[in-house]
Every structure is written in C-alpha cells, then in structure tokens.
Design a protein around this ligand. Sequence first.
Ligand code: 4HQ
Length: 262
Amino acid sequence: MNFLVLTIFPELLAAFWENGIMRRAVQSGTIEPLAINIRDHAAGRHRVTDDRPYGGGCGMVMKPEPLAAALHSARQAAPDATVVLLSPQGRSFDQAMARRLSAARGLILICGRYEGIDERVSEQFVDLEISIGDYVLTGGELPAMVVMDAVTRLLPGALGNEASAGEDSFDAQRLDYAHYTRPPEFEGRSVPEVLLSGHHEEVAQWRRANALMRTLIKRPDLLQPAALSERESNLLIQWRREIDRLLHAEGGGGPDPPSGGG
Ligand code: 4HQ
C-alpha cells in the first residue's frame, strides 16, 4: 500500500519507517511510504506555507496553494488513494476504521500545523477526516503515524504470523488477556498455574475468561450484551452470583480489609 504523507516536517517520519515492523513492511514491499515536503511546493524565494487568518485572531493557517500542489504530486504517485486529513474535527479513529482503511488503494495523509489548513482544501480534496482522540496536538504527523501503524499491521504478511492481527482483542470488542513470560516467579508473584500446565484447552478457557473479566473491570463500555456468547453470559452470571455471595456473606461487612504493610 502507498502511504503519501504531506508535511512540512518530513524528517519526523524517517525514524517511524526505519524501525521495527514498519521497516519490515517497507522491505517486503507491503507498504511504500513517502513523505512529501509541502514546502517544496510553495512559491517564492521564501517558500512560505502559512499565512494570517482572515477575520483576524491568533495563530497561522496553512496556505491552500502549496497544499494543493503537494496533493497533485501525491495523486500522480497514487491516483486511487484515499485522501485523509488528520484533525480534531475528524471521525474518531478505531480498529474498525483501521480495518476499512487497510482495504484502500493507498492513503494520502495531510498533516496540518498551526491552526490547521484552509477550509477550501478540506472541502475540495479530502475524502475522510480522522481524529485520533479528543486532545490537541501541535501537528497531524503523530496522528498520521498512528493511522499508518494500525493499518500496516493489518496488511497481509506484515506481522509474519497471519493469525496475529485476526486475533486482535478490539475486533472481538474485548480487551486482550494477560500475558506472562519467564521467570515463573518474579518479585514474589507467580504466573497463573494453568498457563504452565500444557493443557491447551484449559489455557484457552482461562484466556477467554481473563479477557472477559479484564473487559468487565477496565472497559465495561465495550461489552455489548448482544455480542456475548452463551459461555460468556454464563461466566458473567456465575461471577455476579459469587460477588453477591461475598457481599451478603454472614457478618455483613464483607471480608476483612487488607492489612496494609505491602
Ligand atoms: N491536530 N487527531 C492541530 C490534532 C489531531 C488529533 C492535528 C492538532 C492538526 C493542525 N489530529 N493540527 N487530535 O490534535 O488528529
């Protein structure tokens, strides 16, 4: 997949593309990334890319002409690519959107700086406006990297192991289960016994239950009752009974509080 990033700071992307799974994806031809310096498409001796806002006020706005010219050159490299603008006004990025984008013919990612880009560029050229979250950054480069990272690991061959991306917790609307590696005891804490047992079906059961419990405790908003399997509904009912039993146990006050100490 072609990733064409329009930015005034192309150096920001180099480290991202030159390391880890992104680097491997470049080497295997899974992705073909290119940063296009908007300044290279700006006119005049000073190659100015920003200007003062009409109507006054603080901050600067990215001029439309250099952006349009940079976009034109990106379109020549990838005529069928989806044009994405990274901005806080965009639709919230999530795993489902990453999945949809992984089927695109390519992505042209426009990274604004300052107060953002001239609205007419957005109206004229942008297919999709994406926000990576409700906070304000200094530029669209980090959001563009977030989108490319999430999309790349979904492309065939990018992770080496085809199963990995398909087993993602968010595709199943669940958090991941807890992971452990050696040593079997660390600072007095043991790895759950069942994971050392070699019983694959029991391990799988423990992981499903662990993922469900973590989701219930940490992100209950993810649990859609309709999306629960019968096995999961039964687990939830069982846990609720156990919690009720503990809350209404004789003595009323519940178990003794922890002693502190540590
Ligand atoms: N910005 N998700 C302002 C973001 C942002 C976000 C990008 C800040 C664009 C001009 N982009 N510039 N959050 O905060 O995507």
